[in-house]
Design a protein around this ligand. Structure first.
Ligand code: UT7
Length: 304
């Protein structure tokens, strides 16, 4: 057996915060944020479960799948509504799903780890999976910290994965540098802390090395990739990685200017937007890669 993506969807909160809005509250400017990050605006608001439910609903509708036929919900998130229970339980209830549900936290790489789990379960156990990435990091950002307050936005993206005769994932590559756990973190009851410069360097190095290894392992060449969908953390990270792995920017999905960094939602959101823009045809090879707190990263090549 194998599996296939049969539906996708996303949800962004209505409220938009522009760079000029932020410049009124702190010592920053539209020019600095655009030049150093590629971000023009971000959407803020809602809870992780609310955004996840809306994205999940859109993906179910697009795939024509009844919620009652979903055997499992996997929610990738680093900003659960509560520490316990898993936020996926609420999403499960709100969508009327009858199977199981669990959360997966690998920060900005979380969606890829969740995708690997979804694929394995759909493939081996003949189960339809609703896979969602949803985050509301704006709740944890210190509004006075200009290094981080300009970066993060809220959002959610979702896929329906169904058992099928086709192979969905051609290969994956993943890694963690646990020694870097103090470079980007949120302590209980506290706000997000980040050493931006070090995270930037590790993101470029780990993403590009991991993707080059993945190309070697799968015998896929950069020219075979129809679309590269990277985690959207900083346009300069995306540009540095694409040049190191020989994928042109025109074959790379970029949503960061409209959304900022939406953590575990950024990859499914960008993928759903690419599909909506008719940038993907059945059989296309797509490269996904994510890097973030941990420091944890993962890349996969999938067949659309
Ligand atoms: O998704 C998880 C992974 N997260 C990331 O990948 C984030 C990775 N890091 C970054 O994207 C970048 O490091 C930042 C965007 C956070 C910062 O950009 P940078 O180019 O590394 O800036 P910097 O820290 O080297 O700071 C350069 C200057 C400093 O001023 P001085 O010391 O040169 O006078 C900063 O104080 O820019 C200043 N600065 C700002 N100025 C205006 C830092 N943040 C801002 C700001 N507005 N928002």
């Amino acid at each position: 057996m194998g599996a296939r993506i049969t539906g996708w969807g996303y949800k962004l909160p209505e409220k938009v915060i522009t760079n000029d809005d932020l410049a009124q509250k702190m010592d920053t400017s539209d020019a600095w944020i655009r030049e150093r990050t590629g971000i023009a605006k971000r959407h803020i608001g809602g809870t992780t479960s609310e955004l996840a439910t809306e994205a999940g609903k859109a993906a179910l509708k697009a795939s024509g799948t009844d919620a009652k036929d979903i055997g499992l919900v996997i929610l990738a998130t680093a900003s659960p509504d509560r520490l316990m229970p898993a936020t996926s339980a609420k999403v499960h209830e709100q969508l009327g799903i009858q199977g199981g549900a669990f959360d997966c936290n690998a920060a900005c790489a979380g969606f890829i780890y969740a995708l690997l789990s979804a694929y394995g379960i759909a493939d081996k156990f003949d189960t339809k999976v609703l896979l969602i990435g949803s985050d509301t990091l704006s709740r944890f950002v210190d509004e006075q910290d200009r290094q981080t307050a300009v970066l993060f936005g809220d959002g959610a993206g979702a896929l329906v994965i169904e058992p099928d005769a086709e192979e969905l994932i051609l290969g994956f590559e993943a890694g963690t540098n646990g020694g870097g756990d103090n470079l980007l973190y949120i302590d209980h009851g506290d706000k997000l802390k980040m050493n931006g410069k070090e995270v930037f360097k590790q993101a470029v190095r780990s993403d590009s090395e991991s993707i080059k290894t993945l190309f070697r392992k799968t015998s896929v060449s950069p020219k075979d990739i129809k679309l590269f969908v990277p985690h959207q953390a900083n346009i300069r990270i995306i540009e540095a990685v694409t040049s190191r792995i020989d994928i042109p920017m025109e074959n790379t999905m970029v949503t960061i200017s409209e959304t900022g960094n939406t953590t575990a939602a950024s990859i499914p959101l960008a993928l759903a937007k690419a599909a909506d823009e008719n940038r993907l045809t059945r059989g296309d090879l797509i490269l996904l890669s994510g890097f973030g707190a941990g420091m944890t990263w993962a890349s996969v090549i999938l067949k659309w």
